[in-house]
Design a protein around this ligand. Structure first.
Ligand code: FAD
Ligand code: COA
Length: 405
């Protein structure tokens, strides 16, 4: 078990690691390699699984502690920061809040030893429309048989613990709702359960060291004791599982904000270093105003994320509020893309080349308005909360609501 730290202590621990990670970030990106060395150091520092309750060997750290750590790591290495997110938020936190003691102990052991779990929601025909997922888990006595395809799964091929959202069917094929299924694979050791295949890896524009892969399940057997039963039952399982997922949205927003904070630091330094027209760039008022806007956007993002991290949803477990998480991630991701772009602009041609980290940060930051709920979907959730209405997106959604269906 790791000693818990104060929030300031966590920040210092993360800063020290970030100093080590910064010079390595280019290597993982260019070689499209998972940063195992960093994972070992994150594990030794107690940052993998820091939010896991002390009873299961973690430090019981808060969402705010995790956000603070993620920002510091993301300033230096986006890849490592994303690993910290999924080792503390999302799938693992759903297991910690809703799982049985056996499931919690099992998942905690993997993460505390350095595993970044994979959360498997998205399918080829169910992206934003996640409730239309087709992956099924059919009950067969004391086990479930999974069939379906998930794609864009972060960590596919390196993660050991897989938390799979699937449509639960009873013995007679009747739809019971959505459940979370735990599947253990160890691809590095060549161990994959029968019927579980990692099919392909996407060639992504950013975060190149992180595999994004398609997973296929063909009659994959999951014992009933590996099903995380949502507290309100399968019928409302999707809502409960997404309630836990709000923590991951806050984490993803923190990565985007951390990249932007790092880009702001680089831009501030360069404005003082670079001279044109016989004086430092820092003396040009147009660039000063740009810098002030960048700083404001980063700070506003940070405050929204802290606010969301400290909020509580009305759902089960201690998860951030859906609206506050959506607002913070949508804002932070859009703001970060603009901040990093402006920082690159301040570097001129130098920012466009790979001697500086800006071009990598620019590619890395782009995903955050897409993965984990697009900015459009998140804003729809914010608007729904503000208006106090349901916002169905299907063609007949509002008509069905009016009819009371
Ligand atoms: P679509 O849903 O097809 O949307 C296309 C466009 O239409 C988007 O701009 C979207 O905002 C817009 N749109 C769609 N519906 C509406 C609407 N109703 N109103 C307004 N605009 C709309 N998934 C996982 O399950 N696990 C992972 O680990 C994971 N990691 C990812 C990592 C990366 C790098 C990326 C890029 C994606 C990852 N995803 C993961 C998938 C991600 O969650 C989906 O990409 C996302 O939910 C959007 O789905 P989609 O790409 O199919 O886009
Ligand atoms: N937190 C808590 N509850 C949530 C939730 C969240 N983040 N997202 C949805 N729910 C609840 C809804 O409140 C609703 O509950 P209700 O029946 O009491 O109203 C239920 O889940 C179904 O959601 P609804 O918005 O009615 O579903 P929909 O069929 O219109 O689908 C979503 C919309 C939820 C799929 C879409 O808004 C979304 O979040 N898409 C992105 C998926 C995503 O983030 N993928 C990331 C993969 S890593």
């Amino acid at each position: 078990m790791f000693e818990g730290q104060s929030t300031a202590g966590y920040r210092e621990t993360a800063r020290a690691l970030a100093r080590e990670f910064a010079p390595r970030a280019k290597q993982w990106d260019q070689q499209r390699e998972y940063c195992w060395q960093n994972v070992r150091e994150l594990t030794a520092a107690g940052l993998m699984g820091m939010t896991i309750p002390t009873r299961f060997g973690g430090a019981g750290a808060s969402w705010l502690d995790a956000v603070v750590v993620i920002e510091e790591i993301a300033r230096a290495c986006t890849l490592s920061a994303r690993i910290v997110v999924e080792a503390n938020m999302g799938g693992i936190s759903a297991v910690m809040a809703y799982g049985t003691d056996e499931q919690r102990a099992f998942a905690a052991e993997l993460v505390l030893k350095g595993d970044k779990p994979a959360i498997c929601i998205t399918e080829p025909d169910a992206g934003s429309a996640a409730t239309e997922m087709m992956t099924t888990a059919r009950r067969d006595g004391s086990r479930y048989i999974l069939n379906g395809i998930k794609h864009w799964i972060t960590g596919g091929g390196v993660s050991r613990l897989h938390f799979i959202f699937a449509r639960v069917l009873d013995q007679d094929g009747r739809d019971e709702g959505i459940g979370g299924f735990l599947v253990h694979a160890d691809p590095a050791a060549g161990i994959t359960p029968p019927g579980f295949t990692v099919v392909g890896r996407e060639r992504t524009m950013g975060l190149c060291g992180m595999p994004e892969a398609e997973l296929r399940f063909e009659n994959l057997v999951v014992e009933a004791d590996m099903v995380v039963l949502p507290p309100s039952g399968f019928r409302r399982g999707f809502a409960d599982l997404m309630n836990a997922y709000n923590s991951q949205r806050v984490g993803a927003g923190a990565v985007a904000m951390g990249i932007a904070a790092g880009a702001l630091d680089h831009a501030t330094r360069y404005l003082k270093e670079r001279r044109q027209f016989g004086r430092p760039l820092a003396e040009f008022q147009g660039l000063q105003w740009m810098l002030a806007d960048m700083d404001t956007a980063v700070h506003a993002s940070r405050l929204l994320l802290y606010d969301a991290a400290g909020s509580r949803s009305s759902g089960p477990g201690n998860f951030p509020d859906i609206m506050m998480a959506a607002r913070a991630k949508a804002y932070a991701s859009e703001a970060a893309i603009k901040v990093v772009s402006d920082a690159l602009q301040i570097f001129g041609a130098r920012g466009y080349g790979d001697k500086e980290p800006l071009e990598r940060m620019y590619r890395d930051v782009r995903m955050f308005t897409i993965g984990g709920g697009t900015a459009q979907i998140l804003k729809t959730q914010v608007a729904g909360a503000l208006l106090g209405i349901k916002t169905p997106q299907t063609r007949d959604g509002y008509a069905r609501l009016a009819d009371g269906n």
